[in-house]
Design a protein around this ligand. Structure first.
Ligand code: APR
Ligand code: PHB
Length: 391
């Protein structure tokens, strides 16, 4: 079957779904093609840190009802170095900007519901296997229930994540790749345990990094640095809790334990391309960039890209202007590079990379002490953590 729309969006993750809503609000039609089922998209557990800009955009879109009720607003964060703690009061240091903890799968549920309510077609189980004609008149070829379809569009938005087809469709010589694999991974758990701290704790420990986060008053989200290649079978629940208790430990702190209901290991990488568009194909989100999770930037970057892309497409439809479309990659890349640098900084600050007491360790310790000693350094961290307003 051959269908037609203005913007064909590949992927129903945060990027594709936010873009669809932004376009719909401005009267631009789109169809979202997603190869997984709705249930799969809504249950995929990922990070859950929303910058102020992201919360503001969801409010502007009128989809923040549950987020404002159930999301947990934070005004500060705790950094720990071998048991010594510092609090960075980011709200105070950034004149009132904050972050909100709200699981990505909750964001995805809200976005899917809003798109359906507003009449945006989301085709689940629709796998795009080819995109042709990206210079002038793109067509997305997809398969659904074993039947082949074509979607002709004015533009294709490649919001199909790191392993998607969109980036592979860009001509290989139109972008440069930057990539960095880290020599460690994150073991993440969700547990029915009352959070042990109201605020997030990022901890360096001589046994490795640990992060205390949360999802609600009854659910904790915690992470441990593990070696690449480690498997979840090596980590029974007791071993995970014992290791978290050691790495997050400080005088007077008790780690609340509870039933672990989700656990997994994820490798860490930084990945960039320096051009996110070609002809009528535009990439957004993980399709174009990956940051290590230390700093929680992934979802926020995906959403920030879509704001630029929606504005540019609307400008094309309403004013027949190419200017914003031409500037799309450059506009996104400024924020993405800032986030790459900050995520890399946080990763190197808190992960064990070399022997305790080594030169590398002394630098980490000095960087940690500097946050305590310098309001300027604490402010730099704060404004990157909550996300720069405009960039
Ligand atoms: N056809 C259709 N859909 C596809 C295809 C394809 N060929 N390939 C991938 N997809 C879908 C995936 O199933 C997924 O649902 O594209 C979607 C991409 O969503 P995400 O991976 O969530 O990417 P994005 O929307 O950019 O959001 C980035 O997700 O990985 C986290 O940390 C990251 O928080 C960040 C966010
Ligand atoms: C999370 O809650 O999942 C989370 C929070 C902060 C991070 C990464 C993940 O830096």
């Amino acid at each position: 079957m051959i269908d037609r729309t203005q913007v064909g969006i590949i992927g129903a993750g945060p990027a594709g779904l936010t873009l669809a809503l932004l376009l719909k609000k401005q009267g631009v039609n789109c169809i979202v093609l997603e190869n997984q089922s709705r249930a799969y998209c809504e249950s995929r557990v990922r990070a859950g840190l929303l910058e102020q800009n992201t919360v503001d955009l969801f409010n502007e879109l009128g989809i923040a009802g549950r987020l404002n009720k159930e999301g947990l607003k934070h005004e500060g964060v705790i950094f720990s170095f071998n048991g010594e703690r510092i609090r960075v009061p980011f709200e105070e240091l950034t004149h009132g900007r904050s972050i909100t903890i709200y699981g990505q799968q909750e964001v995805v549920k809200d976005l899917i519901a809003a798109n359906i309510e507003k009449g945006v077609p989301i085709l689940f189980g629709a796998e795009v296997y080819n995109i042709k004609g990206i210079e002038t008149s793109p067509v997305a070829f997809y398969q659904q229930d074993g039947i082949e379809h074509q979607l002709s569009c004015d533009f294709v938005a490649g919001c199909d994540g790191f392993h998607g087809i969109s980036r592979q469709t860009l001509p290989a010589d139109c972008y440069k790749t930057y990539s960095k694999e880290y020599p460690f991974s994150w073991l993440g758990i969700l547990a029915h345990a009352e959070p042990s701290s109201d605020e997030l704790i990022y901890a360096y420990h001589e046994r490795g990094f640990a992060l205390h986060s949360l999802r609600s008053e009854k659910v904790s989200r915690l992470y441990l640095q593990v070696e690449n290649g480690d498997t979840i079978d090596n980590w029974n629940d007791e071993k995970i809790w014992d290791e978290l208790a050691v790495r997050l430990g400080t005088k007077g702190f008790t780690l609340n334990r509870g039933k672990i209901f989700e656990k997994g290991i994820t490798p860490m990488r930084s990945y960039m391309i320096d051009n996110m568009q070609y002809g009528r194909l535009f990439l957004a989100g993980d399709a174009a960039h990956i940051v290590p999770p230390t700093g929680g930037k992934g979802l926020n970057l995906a959403v920030a890209d879509t704001r630029f892309l929606a504005e540019a497409l609307v400008d094309w439809y309403k004013n027949e202007s190419d200017d914003q479309l031409d500037a799309y990659s450059a506009n996104c890349l400024r924020r993405i590079w800032r986030a790459q640098d900050f995520s890399n900084f946080m990763t190197y600050l808190f992960h064990k990379q070399a022997e305790h007491g080594s030169f590398e360790y002394q630098l980490q310790k000095s960087r940690f002490d500097y946050i305590r000693l310098s309001v300027a350094q604490a402010t730099t961290i704060a404004e990157n953590y909550v996300g720069l307003k405009a960039i």
